[in-house]
Design a protein around this ligand. Sequence first.
Ligand SMILES: Nc1ncnc2c1ncn2[C@@H]1O[C@H](COP(=O)(O)OP(=O)(O)O)[C@@H](O)[C@H]1O
Ligand SMILES: CC(=O)N[C@@H](CCC(=O)OP(=O)(O)O)C(=O)O
Length: 297
Amino acid sequence: MEQMDQLLIKAQTLIEALPYIQKFNNKKVVVKYGGSAMLDEELQLNVIKDVALLKLVGMQPIIVHGGGKEISKWVGLLGHESKFVEGLRVTDEETMEVAEMVLGKVNKGLVQKVEQLGVKAVGISGKDGATIKVEKKLVNGQDIGYVGNIIDINVDLINTLIDNNFIPVIAPIGLDESFHAYNINADDVACAIATAVGAEKLAFLTDTEGVYKDPEDKRTLISVLSLEQADELIEGGYIEGGMLPKIKNCIDAVRNGVSRVHILDGRMEHCLLLEFFTNRGIGTAIINYERLFEHEK
Ligand SMILES: Nc1ncnc2c1ncn2[C@@H]1O[C@H](COP(=O)(O)OP(=O)(O)O)[C@@H](O)[C@H]1O
Ligand SMILES: CC(=O)N[C@@H](CCC(=O)OP(=O)(O)O)C(=O)O
């Protein structure tokens, strides 16, 4: 009897997913995968299984990955210390070389895992097909090296891959007008790509439950954040380090028409499936209330 109950729960879970599967059918969804949630191989496989499932039920997922912690590890092994300004890595010529090597390895590792599950994937960086065009990014007027500010996304290659049933897996590297390689914050890439392809949803998988009002107090997790509240949190100094570019990107993506932007805990098993296919909101959703009401009219 107990076994029968468990089977019924499984069936109910599938039924609960049905409206979401219909809603997102043929829709592009961008998954940004980064942080220490990437370092654990088993966790990585679970995240990739979720993305493969999104693909198999008819969505068009695009993975944009980071690898910041892995880059810092290798910069350290070479005897240097990583420096960041407003969450962005100061990138000299040597660091750029390390970043390209590490991100290339991370990229192909993710592709390998998707392929292992019988789903087609192609790993690219923003260099391929001139997908990501950048200029040098200045932070408060400060030159922090080969750090790119995205000025254009060419969606041709991404769309060709999707049209041919591949999941594009994208590393955060771009080219400037003289074809020099630049390191780009992966959150910037996810946001720019989600906007350029007109994604229905953008999910950031990171190493925190979501956004806290007070990062020291886990009870202050915010489930839904309006654009105005997000601006206030930034101005109030509640958002620090790598969360700063993430939230700024969430705000940009929502302002530029991506309907749903979520920050999820990539360390939580199957957080993507729970977010996509159940009524239980997890993590933090960043919402444009005006557009939400427009939708409902
Ligand atoms: N208000 C906040 N709420 C949640 N996390 C925050 C906040 N302010 C700063 N953070 C930090 O931001 C980190 C996530 O950003 P980051 O390390 O860049 O992630 P990723 O590598 O996945 O892009 C968290 O681990 C946390 O330490
Ligand atoms: C300019 C810049 O900061 N680039 C990032 C690119 C990788 C990244 O963003 O990785 P996560 O998403 O895992 O943090 C870096 O070098 O760390």
